[in-house]
Design a protein around this ligand. Sequence first.
Ligand code: PMP
Length: 426
Amino acid sequence: AKTNAALMARRRAALPTGLGQAYEVFAERADGAEIWDVEGKRYIDFAGGIAVLNTGHRHPKIVQAVKAQLDKVHHTCFQVLAYEPYVELAERLIAKAPGAFPKKAFFLSTGAEAVENAIKIARAATGRQAVIAFGGGFHGRTLLGMALTGKVAPYKAGFGPFPAEIYHAEYPNPLHGISVADALRSLEHIFKYDVEPARVAAIILEPVQGEGGFYVAPFEFAQALRTLCDQHGIVFIADEVQTGAGRTGTWLACEQWGVAPDMITMAKSMAGGFPISAVIGRADLMDKPLPGGLGGTYAGNPLACAAALAVLDVFEEEQLLERSRAVGERLKAGLTALMAQHPEIRDVRGLGAMVAIELFEGGDLSKPAAELTKRLCAEALKRGLVLLSCGLYANVIRILVPLTASDDLLDEGLAILGEALQAAKR
Ligand code: PMP
């Protein structure tokens, strides 16, 4: 019989160290919000393949849509011969994006590519070079993605030089002493110290930092950035790769801002596990690059388009946006109860079902508890719960459970989390 240990040994011999792996487990099959490994052990999935499985593992309607597409056509390269699901997906995503202006959309395969393409378009449209991103942010592992990312180890260490003209402002984070006013001041400093606003093509913001620690950008901050971008002719990009596709209680997190970004990137849960990403934006900007300047061989693959259309249907038919808000409430209630028992938990936060707790040694805000967080994950895995950590200080547990999970399964997962924290403290 196959064992995780034997497969891990083969993995170690054949695969590079840089390819991280949270747990020494090999999945055999999965369904809904549960996974079984090669040894038959069952896990509750609070990781969702890092924000990819809002509609759960192998949702029957998505599986059916992909099978049906597989029997028709599964690759032409859209830039050679087109197919309707691509266009239909663009139409439906445009209709769901905020902002009372004409929009266009097109597709790539990964989140990093969506981000790269949004920046390419912003530069082509404005004729400007510079881009402002935020400390602690994550935008991908390509060279431009790494340059935009605001965390050195492990994402950037040893990989430079990076593309020029990228600047990092502070992301609001009151728990760690950065107010909205501080963050806005850091932008003023960039304009004073480094680059004049007239040379800035774009500002790119995660509505909730994902890898960075599930910190929610206050809506007033997004509104202030909108005003700043309008003043200076800067393109405002919302990176919704992790927040998008219903995770935060609305289809896109930026719908809650009250102002619209000029461009939006999506990936991950938009196709429930099939590789596709999107750039959605103002038509006048999107039309600036020359024909052939955008695209990719696999970009907008028919199987992934079919999956993404099925995800949109499932969200409507199963009212998953309401469910996202309810899942968020239930998780927050459970975690808040846990916080009352454990002083190490100093914060329960999130937007919709994008929920996290942050851990500190003895509850001391100057001592992020990275080791405790690590042990908590290990103890949870032993008990059959897949947890993900994140954060600039590696002391955040983020929950990205499928929105299709039942209340019973959520409660079972929360109970394991509590037991695991108890065990991790010993
Ligand atoms: N942007 C954000 C906000 C992300 O969370 C991620 C992935 N974690 C990316 C971009 C990169 O996406 P991908 O790994 O698909 O390239």
